[in-house]
Ligand binder design. Structure first.
Ligand SMILES: CC(C)(COP(=O)(O)OP(=O)(O)OC[C@H]1O[C@@H](n2cnc3c(N)ncnc32)[C@H](O)[C@@H]1OP(=O)(O)O)[C@@H](O)C(=O)NCCC(=O)NCCS
Length: 159
């Protein structure tokens, strides 16, 4: 399994479509806009297999914190260490030991898909932010998890 992990400064149109498709399938159509992936302040790291993006990681440096904004791996490639590889790349290349790192994990039906990967990188839950997507859920994007109401919570992790 040869999977390339690399940073892309600016996604080309094809790469952008591939990231949007992954996001649409995992989070819901419209959750991430094209603009989101083209913001200048973000770091984009991707996993590539056969010239196709199968996972992406978006991080950014803010004044006080480093924020892990989103990590998403195509469903059939999940649990194959690709998320770990993307995080490792980011931590090695962009962070130093003093950085305060913050990540926001999605909690659904008491499960947090990103919980374990956050723990692996020294991040622990510090605050349940509650239903932060409530206003937008199934309004500005078609949520995959909407069930008559917004059912997802957000948990803030930090080191
Ligand atoms: C969460 C996600 C990014 C992890 O990436 P991945 O490539 O599957 O992760 P890895 O294979 O590197 O596994 C890292 C650890 O997380 C665990 N893990 C992966 N997916 C998990 C899930 N859905 N639920 C619980 N644990 C999970 C793995 O078992 C592994 O633990 P281990 O090292 O003790 O074996 C990926 O599953 C994904 O894209 N999920 C859907 C989108 C999502 O929830 N993104 C996070 C937004 S907050």
């Amino acid at each position: 399994m040869t999977i390339e992990i690399k940073e892309i400064k600016k996604l080309n149109p094809l790469q952008l479509s591939q990231c949007i498709e992954i996001s649409n399938r995992l989070f819901g159509k419209g959750y991430h806009s094209r603009k989101y992936f083209l913001k200048e302040e973000i770091v984009t790291i991707v996993a590539i297999k056969n010239n196709k993006i199968i996972g992406f990681f978006i991080g950014k440096k803010e004044i006080k914190n480093v924020v892990i904004d989103c990590i998403a791996i195509k469903r059939r490639w999940q649990k194959k260490s690709i998320g770990t590889k993307l995080m490792t790349f980011y931590f090695r290349k962009f962070l130093n030991s003093k950085d305060k790192v913050v990540a926001y994990a999605w909690k659904i039906k008491n499960k947090m898909p990103a919980g374990k990967i956050n723990y692996k990188f020294g991040l622990k839950p510090v605050k349940n932010m509650g239903k932060i997507w409530k206003e937008k859920c199934n309004v500005s994007f078609k949520c995959r998890s909407y069930n008559n109401t917004c059912i997802c919570e957000c948990v803030k992790f930090s080191n």
